[in-house]
Design a protein around this ligand. Structure first.
Ligand SMILES: NC(=O)c1ccc[n+]([C@@H]2O[C@H](COP(=O)([O-])OP(=O)(O)OC[C@H]3O[C@@H](n4cnc5c(N)ncnc54)[C@H](OP(=O)(O)O)[C@@H]3O)[C@@H](O)[C@H]2O)c1
Length: 355
């Protein structure tokens, strides 16, 4: 996504004198390399519909789902409404924090000027339209950049710990992939629930997960969480695609294994075969082996905001990119060196200026 493409992106003013167009990331076709498929363009500002609000985006963020939506991989994602041959939405961003610019008819609880964060389509843009059911007031303790890091990863982590792992105070919890987007939230939420948390990550991220509150850390390049006889009440399996037999060996006799994700090169199943096998096996063993797809909702955003305001949750942000650098941000995520979240800064709220 070269800066030369930004040469003249100022659109014609509308009848109110304001620009009716905006800068946004655009993709015309699926592709695995972000720098090949993403470009910056001048597009029409989205129109707000019933039950929706138009948000002036101050910050967005990148997660694994961004890449899946951008690449159309694994293929089943195309059947889930994202477009069979080419992406339905021309912009793969789906997390935002910003200010409400306009509210559609029937909207209650949000008004122009409100500071919000949440999930929406097309958030790598100066403006995005969000449904109120996926939006909440921005926690006062978080900056726009921090709030933009939370939605998809934070909601997934909360549901993994609270709803599926049902983590209780005093339980031993293993978080495999604790240094990533979902894991950095899951570790903190499990700690906030009073659990004793062991984090698994690579060597260069050990300090980071310690700083987030892990009681014990296993560097997977030097040690194996399944060796040494340790048993956990709950295992949150977020990265690394460990074999089910290894995960079960580290799980207590009636423990709960929650498979959140794990990347593979598989274009057809993308690692979901492991999740299907876990669910089937769970019918025959005393351990509970499960998986889930996170449900995007406002109540969980509010719960995460409360944890942040209580000082129990701090988004771990590795780096903030500009809107023109979304491809570089996704490349950073893919190279595996990101510590926690990668954020995209769009508007600067103090000046209202454009990037
Ligand atoms: N179920 C759902 O609804 C849902 C929702 C959101 C995301 N997900 C999935 O969850 C997964 C994680 O997403 P994310 O955004 O957190 O990705 P991410 O930020 O890239 O994090 C990946 C994590 O996996 C760890 N990892 C890589 N290789 C490992 C290994 N061999 N052993 C242990 N850990 C290893 C990484 O640790 P190091 O960096 O230290 O190597 C990192 O902590 C993805 O597959 C995503 O698609 C599922």
């Amino acid at each position: 996504m070269g800066t030369t493409q930004l040469a003249d992106l100022r659109g014609p003013p509308d009848e109110t004198g304001r620009a009716a167009r905006m800068k946004a990331v655009v993709q015309d076709c699926y592709g695995a390399a972000p720098e090949d498929v993403l470009r910056i363009a001048q597009v029409e500002k989205p129109a707000v519909g019933d039950g929706e609000v138009l948000v002036r985006v101050h910050a967005a963020s990148v997660d694994r789902g961004t890449w899946h939506i951008m690449s159309g991989l694994p293929y089943p994602i195309r059947l889930a409404g994202f477009g069979l041959r080419s992406p339905k939405s021309a912009n793969p961003g789906r997390n935002l924090a910003g200010t409400v610019e306009a509210a559609g008819s029937g909207v209650t609880g949000f008004a122009p000027g409100d500071e919000v964060f949440g999930m929406a389509a097309g958030t790598f843009a100066q403006y995005a339209v969000a449904r109120t059911g996926k939006l909440a007031a921005k926690p006062p303790s978080l900056s726009f950049e921090q709030a933009a890091a939370v939605p998809v990863s934070g909601v997934t982590a909360l549901q993994a710990v609270r709803d599926h792992g049902r983590v209780q105070a005093g339980e031993k919890v293993l978080v495999v992939g604790a240094s990533g987007g979902v894991g950095s939230f899951a570790l903190q939420i499990a700690k906030a629930s009073g659990a004793q948390v062991t984090a698994v990550c690579s060597a260069r991220k050990v300090d980071m997960v310690r700083a987030l509150g892990a009681d014990h850390v296993i560097d997977y390049t030097r040690g194996d969480f399944a060796e040494g006889g340790r048993r956990y009440d709950v295992i949150l399996d977020i990265g690394g695609n460990a074999r089910l037999s290894r995960l079960r060996r580290a799980l207590s006799a009636r423990g709960r294994l929650i498979i959140v994700g794990g990347e593979t090169d598989g274009r057809l199943l993308g690692g979901s075969d492991r999740q299907i096998r876990a669910k089937l096996l769970s019918l025959f063993v005393r351990q509970r082996l499960g998986t889930f797809v996170a449900k995007e909702n406002a109540a969980d955003l509010i719960a995460l905001g409360e944890l942040a305001d209580d000082g129990k949750l701090t988004p771990a942000i590795d780096r903030t990119y500009q809107l023109t650098e979304v491809a570089a941000a996704i490349r950073h995520l893919l190279d595996g060196t990101a510590r926690g979240k990668l954020v995209v800064s769009v508007h600067t709220p103090a000046t209202g200026g454009t990037p």
